[in-house]
Design a protein around this ligand. Structure first.
Ligand code: HEC
Length: 141
């Protein structure tokens, strides 16, 4: 009994600050990790990784909004402010090495505007303004 209480108390202590603040990490786990996996590695070639390349894309203006325009982001049942936080969190957690030095966080206004223009063909947009996905290393397996 005591053991169980301790466990509950520890789990609560770990989660409480994040849950009450609806932290970006929790929102990521709730609304993105089902497809992109809890650590963001995705399941290529079906679901892309969120590591590395997104940071590089941030030097292209059209690709900032892209992050909020892909269907998985645009449709997530969270507010524009929460989505902006999730995307900035995702960039910092998974792309710290590749973000440009002068990177400015996505703003709520920017995310609101982008999100309203959901992409019907995200892969086509990505190929036009950035590069097509390169899944060659997975396809070999
Ligand atoms: C139902 C599965 C699913 C969910 C949930 C999902 N995604 Fe995705 N995501 C995908 C797929 C599949 C793609 C590839 C483009 C496409 O087909 O939409 C993608 C593409 C992306 C990309 C572009 C990656 C690149 O390299 O171009 C980003 C960024 C992204 N998702 C972020 C998110 C975020 C943030 C969330 C949560 C708010 C989320 N996704 C939720 C499946 C999902």
């Amino acid at each position: 009994m005591l053991k169980r209480f301790t466990l509950v108390a520890v789990v609560f202590a770990l989660l409480a600050p994040s849950v009450f603040a609806a932290s970006p990490r929790i929102n990521y786990l709730l609304y993105c990790s089902g497809c992109h996996r809890p650590l963001g590695e995705g399941n290529p070639p079906n679901v892309p990784t969120l590591h590395g390349e997104l940071g590089l894309m941030m030097s292209v203006p059209e690709m900032r909004g892209y992050l909020a325009r892909v269907p998985g982001s645009a449709h997530a049942p969270i507010t524009d402010a929460e989505l902006a936080e999730v995307l900035n969190w995702m960039l910092e957690q998974f792309n710290a090495e590749t973000l440009p030095d002068d990177f400015k966080k996505l703003t709520v206004d920017e995310v609101r505007a982008a999100r309203a223009e959901i992409l019907a063909d995200p892969n086509g947009y990505r190929a036009d303004f950035w590069k097509p996905y390169d899944f060659s290393e997975y396809e070999k397996e």
